[in-house]
Design a protein around this ligand. Structure first.
Ligand code: PNS
Length: 160
């Protein structure tokens, strides 16, 4: 069964990787698809985000990395995907996730959203938190792979 793990991945964190690794054991193929969230302004370009995902998922065989500028459900239909995976960190994620899952279900009844609980080690981290800590010089090595840490430090230097 094919599943999609859509997101902004700005940048990918150990929280995302935990969900990807677990999803890859449940589904035959996991599409990691970088999509646009209209509520966000991105730090990394689409190409940079894709590159970081590729570098950090080399050890997982059944993932396919892609991007899509459009509705998630259109990508799902075009690729005959049956399951949308989203990670849930805390109750605060729930309302937004429920809203998206329900809208997607109404627009595309063929697919279901399945939530995986993020490991408690990563339950409080987000790409935004990682970026803020890095911006003020904090150590982010426990939250993102080394490759991402380097790219984020380079990016922050390019701002100054
Ligand atoms: O990592 P994020 O930012 O929480 O991911 C949100 C994302 C990109 C999955 C969501 O914004 C999305 O699906 N965008 C594509 C456009 C779309 O289908 N929007 C309607 C969702 S109901």
């Amino acid at each position: 069964m094919k599943a999609i793990y859509p997101g902004s991945f700005d940048p990918i964190t150990f929280g995302h990787l935990d969900i990807i690794e677990r999803a890859s054991k449940i589904f035959s193929e996991v599409y990691i698809v970088v999509m646009e969230n209209k509520r966000k302004n991105y730090t990394f370009s689409l190409e940079e985000r894709i590159d970081m995902i590729k570098q950090c998922t080399k050890h997982i065989e059944n993932v396919k990395i892609d991007f899509f500028k459009g509705l998630l459900i259109d990508y799902v239909k075009q690729n005959n995907i049956e399951v949308v995976i989203r990670g849930l960190r805390a109750v605060t994620d729930f309302e937004y996730e429920l809203q998206m899952a329900m809208a997607n279900k109404e627009m595309c009844p063929e697919a279901d959203t399945i939530f995986l609980m993020t490991d408690k080690k990563f339950s409080f981290i987000s790409s935004s938190l990682v970026k803020e800590v890095a911006y003020f010089g904090g150590n982010i090595s426990r939250w993102v792979p080394e490759y991402v840490e380097k790219k984020l430090i380079e990016k922050l230097k390019s701002y100054s």
